[in-house]
Design a protein. Structure first.
Length: 214
């Protein structure tokens, strides 16, 4: 399949108003970091001639979508992302769209540093073969760049997780967890020039590897 037939949709993570979602020292804020990485990945792919869009760049939802209830606002946000991707599918055909949501993992919500570390990729429990292929391409790129990768078992390169942006989007969809925001060594790597470059290259190379396999 020609690369011009595929639309790559990158997903940003959370909102500024979402509680937590940052390193204990506040140096890494997931919503900011994810948007920076998505913007760099999009620019790299576009420079190489790929069609690439980002689902949502502002740090907070429009006023009319905000809510005093964090749960309701989160639901509004996720529905907006799903609707955006599914509209791309309607316009271009679901087989011609892929969705990669870019996140940073966490092992706790207590504002303290923890030990778990590493990179992983998630698919829906009802994921299509194409979603699993996309996850495997991203995994292989992470492994190639020397990151410690986290696996559910020795035979599977991706984790299955029931998430709205994976369950309800109509195209191949994955979510990457790019190291841990509450592991002090992971945060140091993520914020370094080398670390940013690695995370960006994993997504660019994994996405291209998937498209070239079609």
């Amino acid at each position: 399949m020609d690369k011009n037939d595929i639309v790559v949709a990158l997903g940003t993570c959370h909102r500024k108003r979402e509680p937590g979602k940052q390193s204990p020292d506040g140096r890494l804020k997931e919503c900011v970091y994810g948007r920076e990485i998505a913007s760099e990945v999009a620019a790299m792919l576009q420079e190489l001639g790929y069609k690439c869009v980002i689902d949502y760049l502002p740090l907070d939802l429009p006023k009319q979508m905000q809510s005093p209830s964090t749960k309701q606002e989160r639901q509004n946000e996720l529905a907006m992302r799903v609707n955006y991707v599914n509209e791309l599918c309607r316009q271009n055909g679901a087989k011609n769209v892929i969705y990669v949501s870019i996140h940073v993992d966490a092992s706790g919500s207590d504002g303290k540093w923890h030990d778990p570390n590493g990179w992983s990729v998630r698919v829906s429990p009802k994921a299509s073969r194409q979603s699993k292929m996309l996850a495997e391409c991203l995994f292989d790129a992470a492994k190639q760049h020397g990151l410690r990768v986290r696996l559910p078992n020795e035979k599977q390169k991706y984790w299955e997780q029931s998430l709205k942006v994976l369950n309800e989007t109509n195209c191949p969809a994955v979510l990457t967890e790019n190291l841990f925001q509450d592991n002090i060594n992971d945060v140091a790597l993520l914020l370094s020039d080398e670390g940013r470059h690695i995370i960006e290259r994993i997504h660019v190379e994994g996405i291209i590897r998937y498209i070239e396999s079609l």
